[in-house]
Design a protein around this ligand. Structure first.
Ligand code: ATP
Ligand code: MG
Length: 348
């Protein structure tokens, strides 16, 4: 799907509804929301009482009448009204629509590749709840590519992978089109789930989501070793401490990382030899929060034989791209040849 740059320039609000985090940028103000995609609902009134960090902290610690939910499962808007309320809460004092409503009704959002018509409708309904009426949708890899400086209208192809919380999307981009795409329902959350399940099945211990996140971050740091984690011993039924072997966890998540690098390789295999040569010169641009997983760039490099570039803030690539696309003037849009002028550093 190509993008309509004229319509994009009319947008004042950019929204990236991720299954793990919601990001909103306003033209002229930049990023105003970067918060967990979580809401706390009072079951007695049906009202949203907290959103973002405040809701995420209540998870597992709230009274019976408060339910914390993540309303963007797998990147899809399941309950548009709840998502709309969540956005309203997160935006707080920031107005996305002017008091007179004359401007600010156009928004741009990133969507997963091949989003169904129903799901597109749900996104529009959710954004309608905060006053947005016209919603432009841009595929996430295209937005991420622009966010990393891939020139929008350049015919030379570029491979961009977005490895988020719930899914990995890979696309070969050329002239504002996605030539070939691959979507995989594997992302950072699946990596965390695998770690949690591994510890439960092998050692009969339950570890909280927060501590699992700490373990996943430890997998990124070089070298073997152990990390002590507070857990619940399921056999003894009491709290305990466990020394977790980090190398063993790396092995447990290895097959998932191999799936991700395999998706990039499959997209490359569909390219003609000419395209592959162009792509090989530029390398793969790896974005999304799970791109912070240090082992991933190396695996993709091994699977494709191409250099892999990870921007400094890979999880912000999509929202930065949307921000650039609604930049307002043609000068703000990336120009041809811009990608490698300021290349992102290769991971060491
Ligand atoms: N240092 C890290 N190492 C490994 N994974 C990480 C790291 N930091 C963040 N992540 C993972 O990145 C994911 C969040 O990435 P991102 O913000 O791109 O997701 P999202 O946009 O909400 O998800 P999606 O686009 O799949 O709906 C989480 O699963 C998180 O655990
Ligand atoms: Mg995302």
């Amino acid at each position: 799907m190509a993008v309509d740059t004229e319509r994009l320039r009319r947008c004042r609000v950019a929204v990236d509804l991720g299954s793990s985090r919601v990001r909103v940028a306003l033209r002229g103000k930049g990023l105003v929301v970067d918060a967990p995609s979580a809401v706390a609902i009072d079951l007695r009134s049906g009202k949203v009482v907290a959103a973002g960090d405040a809701a995420a902290t209540l998870d597992g610690r709230s009274p019976d009448h408060i339910r914390v939910s993540r309303p963007l499962l797998g990147g899809a808007v399941v309950q548009p009204d709840i998502v709309g309320e969540m956005l309203r809460c997160m935006l707080g004092k920031h107005r996305v629509v002017s008091a007179a409503g004359r401007f600010g009704r156009d928004a741009v959002t990133a969507m997963p590749q091949h989003l169904s018509a129903d799901n597109r409708g749900a996104v529009k309904t959710a954004l309608g709840r905060i006053g947005l009426r016209h919603v432009e949708m841009v595929e996430a890899p295209l937005a991420a590519g622009v966010g990393c400086g891939v020139p929008l209208h350049d015919p030379s192809p570029a491979v961009v992978a977005v490895c988020g919380a719930s899914m990995t999307q890979v696309a070969v981009l050329s002239s504002a089109y996605s030539l070939f795409t691959e979507t995989l329902h594997v992302g950072g959350d699946e990596i965390a789930r695998t770690v949690e399940e591994h510890l439960r099945r092998r050692y009969w211990v339950a570890v909280s989501a927060e501590r699992v996140r700490g373990l996943v971050a430890a997998l990124d740091r070089a070298g073997p070793g152990t990390k002590t984690v507070r857990c619940w011993d399921l056999r003894e039924n009491r709290p305990s401490n466990m020394d977790v072997d980090i190398e063993e966890l790396r092995e447990a998540v290895g097959p998932l990382l191999a799936l991700v690098s395999g998706a990039v390789r499959r997209v490359m295999e569909r390219c003609t030899p000419d395209v592959v040569v162009d792509v090989a010169d530029r390398g793969v641009v790896l974005t999304g929060g799970a791109a912070r997983f240090e082992a991933l760039p190396g695996l993709i490099r091994d699977a494709t034989g191409m250099p892999v570039h990870v921007p400094a803030e890979p999880d912000l690539a999509v929202i930065r791209g949307l921000e650039r696309l609604m930049g307002g003037t043609s000068a703000d849009l990336p120009a041809a040849g811009e990608l490698m002028r300021d290349p992102v550093p290769e991971p060491s």
